[in-house]
Design a protein around this ligand. Structure first.
Ligand code: ZN
Ligand code: FE
Length: 259
């Protein structure tokens, strides 16, 4: 079976929509389009038609292109049933445990509340890739706009438990800014230092390159929000070693909000 194509499409100033395509079966979907026109242009240039839009959550910078793409391609809009009232153009609502097929490839839907309450992720196992919107970022995580630290920590833990080779396809190019913060709380982490250097190189030059997808394994080693109980991080937070992961995560998230 030939590979599933997974390609980030940069939109607005720092958003990514993700193209997912079963090349052999000519099935194409796009995750989280902020805007329609650049996606339409991209697809037309490649002579592709669009079968569906998948939304991870309701924010306008992830759904702004829904109606334009529906108009251009007659595609379906897929997203969380819980957000039916606020995902524009939603045709099919999904809940935890549902599956969604892109040609021969099947994604499992998991609920990952925290950034928003209705946030979902699409988890492919073969090949391993997760489309996680604004929940897990490369070297960071989303802000808690609607959910509690407990909810977000549970959601991040579910993503962290995916196989290490799983590609992390997130909604924004925030890696360089996240690296700057991560280095302040985990300065002696060599894997993080290396990653920060690699990220700086990718973003330097006239045409900055995407730093994503990342992988679950890389995030586990370098992302402070997945390792809030690591010694150095806890010391930086001035928390006792007996602290719970949720407490440490909440403190870390608050620190980042003020960074
Ligand atoms: Zn968002
Ligand atoms: Fe966003």
């Amino acid at each position: 079976m030939t590979a599933l194509e997974i390609t980030p499409i940069p939109l607005l100033s720092d958003n990514y929509a993700w193209l997912i395509r079963d090349v052999d079966q000519d099935v194409t979907v796009v995750v989280d389009p902020s805007e329609a026109a650049p996606v339409v242009a991209y697809l037309r240039q490649r002579h592709l038609r669009l079968d569906a839009v998948l939304n991870t959550h309701h924010h306008p910078d992830h759904t702004g292109g829904n109606l334009g793409l529906k108009e251009a391609f007659g595609c379906h809009i897929i997203g969380a049933e819980a957000d039916r009232h606020r995902i524009v153009g939603l045709d099919r609502g999904l809940v935890e445990g549902d599956t969604y097929r892109v040609g021969r490839f099947t994604a499992k839907v998991i609920a990952i509340p925290g950034h928003t309450l209705g946030h979902i992720a699409f988890v492919f196992t073969e090949p391993a890739a997760v489309f996680c919107g604004d929940t897990l970022f490369s070297l960071g995580c989303g802000r808690l706009f609607e959910g509690s630290p407990e909810q977000m920590w549970t959601s991040l833990s579910r993503l962290a438990a995916l196989p290490p080779a799983t590609l992390v396809c997130c909604g924004h190019e925030y890696t360089a800014a996240n690296a700057a913060f991560a280095l302040t709380v985990d300065p002696d982490n060599q894997a993080l230092q290396q990653r920060a250097k690699a990220v700086a190189e990718l973003r330097a030059g006239p045409v900055p390159q995407p730093t994503v997808p990342s992988s679950v394994g890389l995030e586990l080693a370098t992302n402070p929000f997945l390792r809030p109980l690591a010694g150095e991080v806890l010391r930086h937070l001035k928390l006792p070693s007996s602290s719970s992961a949720t407490v440490a995560f909440a403190a870390l998230r608050q620190l980042k909000d003020r960074f």
